[in-house]
Design a protein around this ligand. Structure first.
Ligand SMILES: [Mn+2]
Length: 464
């Protein structure tokens, strides 16, 4: 294992991987279940080819605490390869492997079982000697208190600076996912004095060379947001791990290391944004969106399409991009559509909301059909409900404003129409009941009066 060159230097090589998430049945697709094993397997082949002295895995080996028997079988097939190659495998606990509480259950976890079967070494909050020259400190996942656990472990295992010291963690580095004040900064971590800090938990590649911090990213992709650097066509196809060479200069008694990223291919994934042009007729908009999808979808890929922009109020309820022919006919393995369309304001709000009954009357006299009126009522009631809440997002606010403005616009027009009908028969003052009946009868013949409302009525009827 120890290679001594003429320069009397001692050299070790190890590989660093993390977040295999085996047994994740993503999108309820069996292809995706296998993808996670394929990626772990590709990574394994690549690491074995490196001929390392050992391998470290920074947690989330499995996606869940109770992996299925099939998943354990395939995992064992992978570990068999390391065993055959005589490469020790060190793993720490990630949040998916087991919670802190689960990790302390009688009998232990699947990682403990795999250790019993001599497939791996499960390192839980301690420092172990990998060999005469290399010490390995593995800390499980403890969320906000990870920093405290590191301190405690280091109090019990003071750093031996003559060794090459590796620290393995599963997350909680500042500048990553949560930005919590409890996260540890890269500087704090590096000031502990480790020669290599191996991270897991973050599914994107993350490197802080000046602090000796490296995170390889997950081998497959568990979420829409952890896709890293893309190829020219916008697709992401590469995952990777690290191959690290640690060299001891015996004359100066100092360690130096060289970190190489090794990559392998995974199922292509892409994310594309289609910007909605508000002034396009609906038909053209849909045709444009359709050819956009056609251009970017790919056989066997996972593709996310974001349809983002503004449409005049009412139109947005008519467009459903998930029904685009190009999406329905696509050969991609999985397509995710994200439709974020906001309304264009039609006017400023002028007056308060009237009661349901009044709105029904007003709308009927404008020639809206009952089904449409019910939709308006729902909208109005939804608005009142949202207004009654304590917190309103800015998106909700915009939505309310436009609904509010439109209702006000409709009602002011209605009042004029009503006045006109009263003026025709100034002597006849209808009671509430007869007035209702009268407007209802009229509504059978009346066409919407202004063009905006005529358009809107058309959208609603089509939208049914
Ligand atoms: Mn993970």
């Amino acid at each position: 294992m120890i290679k001594i060159s003429e320069k009397r230097s001692i050299e070790y090589k190890f590989c660093h991987t993390a977040d295999w998430h085996l047994d994740y049945f993503q999108y309820q697709k069996k292809e995706r279940w296998y993808d996670f094993f394929t990626a772990a397997n590709e990574c394994t082949k690549l690491m074995i080819k490196e001929k390392p002295d050992f391998v470290i895995h920074c947690g989330d080996l499995f996606h869940k605490f109770r992996p299925t028997p099939g998943a354990v079988r395939l995992a064992i097939q992978i570990f068999e390869k390391f065993k055959q190659a005589n490469i020790p495998f060190y793993v720490i606990r990630g949040n998916h492997d087991a919670s802190k509480a689960q990790a302390q259950r009688f009998g232990g976890t699947i990682l403990k079982l795999l250790e019993d079967l001599e497939y791996l070494h499960y390192v839980q909050d301690k420092t172990i000697q990998i060999n005469d020259y290399i010490n390995f400190t593995g800390i499980g996942e403890y969320g906000k208190t990870t920093g405290d656990v590191i301190e405690e472990v280091m109090r019990n295992n003071p750093l031996d600076t003559s060794k090459f010291n590796i620290l393995a963690l599963h997350g909680y580095l500042q500048g990553q996912v949560s930005d919590s004040i409890f996260d540890i900064s890269g500087y704090q971590l590096s000031s502990l004095g480790f020669d290599y800090i191996a991270l897991g938990h973050y599914h994107k590649v993350w490197e802080e060379k000046e602090n000796n911090i490296y995170c390889p990213g997950s081998t497959e992709h568990t979420s829409l947001n952890d896709w890293g650097k893309q190829d020219e066509d916008g697709f992401f196809r590469k995952s990777g791990c690290y191959s690290v060479k640690a060299t001891l200069n015996q004359e100066e008694n100092t360690w130096s290391s060289k970190v190489n990223r090794k990559e392998f291919e995974v199922r292509p994934k892409g994310r594309f944004k289609f910007t909605i042009k508000e002034d396009l007729p609906l038909k053209e908009l849909i045709e444009k969106a359709n050819s956009f999808v056609k251009k970017h979808e790919q056989d066997g890929a996972i593709v996310k399409f974001d349809f983002i922009g503004e449409l005049p109020f009412g139109k947005q309820s008519l467009v459903n991009f998930t029904k685009l022919p190009a999406i329905l006919e696509s050969k991609a393995l999985h397509i995710i559509t994200n439709q974020e369309i906001s309304n264009i304001m039609l006017g400023e709000a002028k007056a308060g909301l009237t009661s349901d009954e009044a709105i029904v009357d007003l709308l009927k006299s404008q020639g809206y059909k009952s089904a449409t009126i019910n939709k308006w009522l729902d909208l109005a009631n939804e608005t009142v409900k949202i207004l009654g809440q304590k917190t309103i997002s800015s998106e909700e606010k915009e939505e309310i404003k436009s609904i509010y403005g439109l209702i006000t616009e409709v009602s002011s027009k209605l009042t004029e129409a009503e006045l006109k009908s009263y003026n025709k028969n100034p002597d006849e003052k209808p009671t509430k009941k007869t007035k209702k009946k009268e407007t209802f009868e009229k509504s059978q013949k009346l066409e919407p009066k202004n063009s905006t409302q005529a358009n809107l009525a058309k959208y609603f009827d089509e939208g049914k």
